[in-house]
Ligand binder design. Structure first.
Ligand SMILES: Cc1ncc(COP(=O)(O)O)c(C=O)c1O
Length: 285
């Protein structure tokens, strides 16, 4: 079965889904995106992803391409047409198409592209811990907006892959970890505190991060939103990363320093399992 993509009102075979060469997303990265995972046929936190999409658009003065309700219909159609049970929906909205010029015309029609793909079913119980490296954070100062401009993230992730690591954690001028190239970063201290950087302009406010914070609060875990250094991470009881595609993924090594005995920690495992239950509960609402 060939994959079907959505491009500005049309459902097209994925290989023939095209956009104009004057699209500002293509030329300037002038647009935003979202990734929503589909777990056992359920969309994970769709409403929060749509909230963040609206936030990113409004921070960049890009209008919504269609109503939120219409977008949900397109998302549902793509899941059905591509017969996805486990996988993800990707959508991006760019400012529009115009003759190349840095300054944009405020009247452009936003362009919406949506794709869907199947991924192997993620396991609730079993997850091999991963290795991460650290790199300087070279991004702009509005990392809270989920823009298409991902070159520093792409460079960082490629460096991680070259070093046989799963993710690159980015480090700011003060030596504190901001987040992963496509994930949020967490540590658990030896006192059992769950630490993650506060959601300011410095990081993307991850939807998985938000769900984990809710779950952790319900479990009465002590949560502290603050920055932490590479050294603190290397000496922590647990380190893990979170994202729509990684969910909660434990880390066993940060820059060649092993975390604890290298096994998946109990907090990361419990949060991963609880995240699955959270998505299932949402679907039942
Ligand atoms: C830079 C960055 N931080 C964090 C995340 C995690 O966000 P979410 O949990 O919404 O997938 C992502 C996801 O792509 C990301 O690109």
């Amino acid at each position: 079965m060939s994959r079907i993509a959505y491009v500005n009102g049309q459902y097209l075979p994925h290989d023939h889904a095209e956009i104009h060469i004057d699209d500002r997303g293509y030329q300037f990265g002038d647009g935003i995106y979202e990734v929503v995972s589909i777990m056992n046929g359920h969309l994970a936190d769709q409403e929060w992803h749509l909230d963040r999409m609206e936030y990113s658009l409004s921070e960049l003065n890009i209008p919504m391409p269609m109503t939120r309700a219409a977008m949900k219909i397109v998302i549902g159609n793509l899941i059905r047409m591509n017969k996805i049970t486990n996988g993800l929906i990707y959508f991006q909205i760019t400012r529009g198409v115009m003759r190349r010029d840095h300054a944009f015309n405020a009247m452009l029609k936003p362009q919406l592209v949506m794709t869907a793909k199947t991924l192997p079913r993620l396991s609730k119980q079993m997850i091999d811990p991963v290795k991460v490296i650290t790199v300087p954070d070279q991004r702009w100062q509005r990392r809270d907006i989920k823009t298409l401009q991902l070159l520093p993230n792409c460079m960082a992730k490629t460096k991680a892959m070259e070093k046989g690591a799963y993710e690159a954690l980015m480090v700011d001028h003060d030596g504190l970890i901001t987040e992963g190239s496509s994930s949020n970063a967490w540590i658990v201290t030896h006192e059992g505190e769950l630490i993650t950087r506060p959601a300011t302009y410095d990081i993307l406010s991850g939807i998985t991060r938000k769900a984990i914070l809710d779950i952790a609060a319900k479990r009465n875990l002590k949560i502290v939103e603050r920055g932490f250094s590479v050294e603190e991470a290397q000496n922590a009881a647990e380190v893990f990363v979170s994202s729509a595609t990684s969910l909660v993924t434990p880390v066993y090594m940060v820059d060649d320093v092993k975390i604890g005995n290298g096994d998946t920690g109990p907090v990361a495992l419990a949060l991963r399992q609880a995240y699955f239950d959270h998505v299932r509960a949402l679907a039942a609402e």
